[in-house]
Design a protein around this ligand. Structure first.
Ligand code: GUN
Ligand code: ZN
Length: 442
């Protein structure tokens, strides 16, 4: 028997990146709209009056006056850093050594990893995020916990255990061989199982020997269906250290290029301080820079040149980077992103912003045929947005006159309070049990 539901509300979905504020052809907005879902798949989108006749007898969830949009996509986040977020006072390398690496050693414990993975998925849903691309810890068990928790909620999640065999505490080091073997086992077990996807994850050049980079390159060529994720040019000290470790590399990106890690499925977190040659290589290979604004401001890393990269035809993704990022909310990510671009005389119009965290990130991941839009046949990951969720928002909303103005209120003032509900494959998650506080460790 099919499991059907009709969601009613104001529907907004993008069919292309809006070229400007007046690009009405790039999106579909239906004032009294509806989405028909059956067995976790979107079957139809249209006027409520029309769809309710077509779907006679199907239960209706009335979300008016809220906005129904595709679930948000976070393209870079660290699952074992949920208790690192908001750690004071350091820039990247000190922050890693002082806070992050010690914390990640705890994920050797499968029970802790399982508990935090449940909590992690609950927080994503609470913030309207239905797909994320995540770094797990070096421990195979942390990736097991991550994929198990995602499968329990039927979330489309991508992740991988980090490969790191130097410049980290002993307890966080694998070897070129053991990291390769564990990644192989995880890919065989999880990649393509249900909604799971694997990302081959050399953490960054500093924490991998050339032998491990070689192994990562082998994994990438043996598994072309997997994503590859790593970090690039986030911090000036990081870049200097990388070039000391790889003296023959022409630049930081040249390290990943040399080991065959670059292609359209490669996600490069941060990509801030880039040389002209590196930008050429990004354009040539189709690798995707990932803009992480709350993280870049928090660690004092620098300002991402969105317009400069876009002018070269490079397709940037956007992400939270929790726990250097300071919010799970893709709305707060847009807020800080807007300000980072303002500092450089660039703009982030709300239409482009909401395209970016939905269809735009789906395109960057090569998944736009499955997620990121409300096209019939795609997976029913849907967020319900309340633009008047807080008093400052409600007051501001009384003075808005257009959809763009409303979206900008959400972009600047919204967070998890603006997420009225989150559907994953058609199933509401926002008030799911695993998001509740009592599951937190004592
Ligand atoms: N570079 C290598 N590892 C990390 C990490 O965990 N967070 C950030 N922001 N940068 C990194
Ligand atoms: Zn990161």
């Amino acid at each position: 028997m099919t499991d059907q539901v009709l969601l009613r509300g104001r529907v907004l979905t993008f069919t292309a990146e809006p070229a400007d504020a007046d690009d009405r052809a790039a999106y579909r907005y239906i004032e009294d709209g509806a989405i028909l879902i059956a067995d976790g798949i979107i079957r139809a989108v249209g006027d409520h009056a029309l769809l309710s006749r077509q779907a006679h007898g199907v239960p209706v969830v009335d979300h008016r006056p809220h906005l129904l949009m595709p679930g948000f996509i976070d393209t870079h986040i660290h699952f074992p850093q949920v208790q690192v977020i908001a750690s004071w006072g350091a820039q990247l390398l000190d922050w890693l050594n002082g806070y992050t690496f010690p914390e990640e050693t705890r994920y050797a414990d499968p029970a802790l990893a399982a508990q935090m993975a449940e909590w992690f998925m609950g927080q994503l849903c609470a913030h309207g995020t239905t797909t994320a691309v995540a770094y797990c810890s070096v421990h195979e068990g942390s990736a097991e916990a991550f994929f198990t928790a995602a499968a329990r909620r039927n979330m489309r999640m991508i992740g991988g255990k980090v490969l790191m065999d130097r410049n980290a505490p002993e307890a966080l080091r694998d070897t070129a061989q053991s990291g390769y073997d564990a990644t192989k086992r995880l890919i065989a077990k999880w990649h393509g199982k249900g909604r799971a996807g694997y990302a081959i994850t050399p953490r960054f050049a500093i924490t991998s020997t050339p032998e491990q980079m070689e192994a990562a390159g082998a994994l990438a060529s043996e598994h072309p269906g997997c994503h590859v994720q790593t970090h690039l040019s986030e911090n000036r000290d990081e870049i200097r250290f990388t070039l000391d470790l790889y003296p023959e590399a022409p630049d930081y990106l040249g390290v990943y290029e040399h080991y065959g890690l670059l292609g359209p499925k490669t996600l490069l977190g941060h990509s801030i301080h880039l040389e002209p040659r590196e930008i050429d290589v990004l354009a040539d290979t189709g690798a995707k820079p990932v803009f992480c604004p709350t993280s870049n401001l928090f660690l004092g890393s620098g300002l991402f040149d969105d317009a400069g990269l876009r002018a070269r035809g490079i397709n940037n993704a956007i992400a939270t980077d929790v726990g250097a990022g300071t919010s799970y909310s893709m709305l707060q990510t847009l807020n800080e992103g807007y300000k980072v671009l303002q500092l450089q005389g660039q703009k982030l119009h709300p239409l482009r912003a909401f395209h970016w965290i939905t269809r735009g990130n789906a395109v960057a991941l090569g998944l736009e045929d499955r997620i990121g839009t409300l096209e019939p046949g795609t997976e029913a990951d849907i967020v319900v947005l309340d633009s008047s969720a807080t008093e400052p928002m409600a007051l501001r909303m009384l003075r808005t006159r257009s959809l763009s103005e409303e979206l900008f209120v959400l972009q600047m003032l919204g967070d998890d309070r603006a997420i009225a509900e989150t559907y994953v494959a058609g199933v509401p998650q926002k008030h799911a049990k695993s998001a509740r506080r009592e599951l937190l460790p004592a």
